[in-house]
Design a protein around this ligand. Structure first.
Ligand SMILES: [Zn+2]
Length: 527
């Protein structure tokens, strides 16, 4: 995973493995089932946009086209207007934009943007129109702004695009506590030589002096201290930048490491591993107690998938996923309350109502739940597939999971456009989730639940499809361990019949309950 920092101090995590993650507009729009909102199928000319720049020569206003309610600009037009290099492969419907030493590749009908060798993704695909690649202004500009040496500002209401040169080359720092020390990451847009970076510790301050650096001191100083660092200061001098970090304690050694492939560099501060002082030991004990409280399971959020205007999958003889998962969820809730006294159950919905995906995990976060469990039923174009599976969230591109992920993620097409904005930062959230303890715990929970479901459901002939992973939007954003259960295929006529039966629904609830119980015992034993 590569980490890049925005010049305005915005962290973006990129992982090339996030591929099925963003909404696939093709999958959504191709159905063309409803007009309005952003389901405008044809591209239309939509006036012109003024391009201004303080550093690049600009020659003319550019044509815009509108589609799906978004504005697109021709990459060729943009490159010509800015006197930047551009190469279009008409056969592959791809264009490469050359900005200084960077290559940015856009492809029609594709949500991926290649920045040098990194794959980035935007929520909307580029278009092929009039033998050129047209890029969605709103999203493409965000990428260009983050990764190129210029600042790109798109003003939609004034139809203006401003491109400004910025000379800031240290765009951010990040401090993180490690087991045996503290790590400082310095994010740069230019490659500094080793001799241009000098580390020095004086009077419990670490100074990183960088020759030839330019910073925005306020944005650097606004970073959160962590680990043994209690304060951050940043100074811009004529030829040098000084980044200063107040240290809480002695440092055993300091180390400067340059990114072998990028421009960033890292300062590793090692401290003593064994904390001998009594006071420190007391503090550690308190921290452990706090952590115990954090993991002890006292609130579980149950999420019955879909609801209201979103029916979810439709079964072989027209059973709706939303109607099947609701009684399962309510039954499970009652069982938890009976068998795990003291555990609070919170439902995202108890009725047939529509709840946006983002709101479901927000509910879980707001009530401080320790588990989030989302219940669904599966479907397939083929009537044959059957069985149940349990998912935990990940960026892994498991091709088999892709279909299920797209199916579940497409629930957002029922959401209002202001809700869609909520998903813009999901890459970031996903990446932070992957680093957390939650992933390990979610995986463990998923395997316990799947095992317990198997022992309940194999008796009635339903087969286990195993534990799987996928980037489900309904799980992204949960700050606690979370899973998604696909309780069986309603596209399979036999399984649809089973899933409609109260006895099967009860078995599913029991299976999940047993999994939760095993998980709870194991997790609470560890603390
Ligand atoms: Zn579903």
């Amino acid at each position: 995973m590569k980490v890049i920092m925005h010049r305005r101090n915005f962290i973006t995590f990129i992982t090339s493995s996030i591929s099925t993650f963003f909404l696939n507009p093709r999958a959504l729009f191709s159905k063309s089932r409803k007009p309005g909102l952003f389901f405008d199928e044809s591209a239309q000319l939509a006036g012109r946009i003024t391009v201004r720049s303080n550093s690049l020569r600009v020659n003319e206003p550019l044509q815009l086209i509108a589609r799906w309610g978004y504005m697109f600009i021709s990459l060729e037009d943009l490159a010509h207007a800015l006197h930047l290099g551009v190469y279009t492969n008409e056969q592959k419907k791809k264009s490469v934009l050359y900005i200084e030493k960077d290559l940015v590749t856009f492809a029609a009908d594709n949500t991926f943007i290649k920045f040098n060798s990194q794959m980035l993704q935007i929520p909307l695909e580029c278009l092929w129109y009039d033998n050129a690649v047209w890029i969605p202004l709103k999203y493409a500009i965000t990428i260009l702004d983050k990764y190129t040496p210029y600042s790109w500002i798109y003003n939609a209401t004034q139809k203006e695009l401003r491109i400004e040169e910025t000379d800031v080359n240290i765009i951010g720092v990040r401090i993180s506590a490690r087991e045996n020390g503290t790590l400082i990451d310095v994010f740069a847009t230019k490659r500094f030589k080793e001799k241009e970076v000098i580390l020095d510790i004086r009077n419990r301050w670490l100074h990183i002096d960088i020759y030839g650096a330019k910073i925005d001191p306020a944005s650097i100083a606004a970073n959160q201290p962590a680990g043994i660092i209690s304060r951050i200061q940043a100074f811009q001098m004529a030829e040098t930048v000084s980044l200063s970090f107040k240290l809480k304690k002695e440092v055993l050694s300091k180390e400067l490491v340059f990114d072998p492939t990028g421009n960033d560099f890292h300062v590793n501060l090692r401290t003593k591993e064994v904390i001998a002082e009594n006071r420190e030991r007391e503090k550690l004990k308190e921290e452990l107690e706090e952590r115990k409280k954090l993991w002890r399971i006292d609130t579980i959020v149950l999420d019955a998938g879909h609801g209201g205007k979103d029916p979810g999958a439709i079964g072989y003889s027209k059973a709706k996923e939303k109607d099947l998962v609701l009684p399962m969820t309510l039954t499970l809730g009652k069982m938890i309350q009976k068998e795990l006294p003291g555990v609070r159950v919170v439902y995202t919905r108890k009725k047939d109502v529509f709840i946006p995906l983002w709101q479901r995990t927000k509910i879980a976060n707001d009530v401080g739940a320790q588990l989030f469990i989302s219940l669904h039923c599966n479907s397939n174009k083929s009537r044959r597939p059957s069985g149940f599976e349990t998912y935990f969230v990940s960026a892994d591109k498991n091709s088999k999971a892709t279909e299920v992920v797209l199916k579940e993620n497409s629930a957002i097409e029922y959401e209002a456009s202001h809700d869609l904005k909520r998903y813009e930062g999901v890459n970031f959230i996903l990446a932070t989730m992957l680093q957390s303890d939650n992933l390990r715990r979610s995986q463990f929970l998923a395997s316990e639940v799947q095992q317990s479901l198997k022992s309940k459901l194999s008796k009635i002939g339903m087969s286990s499809r195993g534990v799987k992973q996928g980037p489900f939007w309904v799980l992204v954003g949960a700050t606690m361990p979370n899973i998604l259960v696909e309780a069986g295929y309603i596209s399979n006529s036999h399984e649809e019949k089973l899933l409609k039966q109260k006895t099967t629904q009860k078995k599913i609830a029991e299976g999940i309950l047993n999994g939760i119980k095993k998980y709870k015992i194991e997790v609470e034993k560890a603390i």
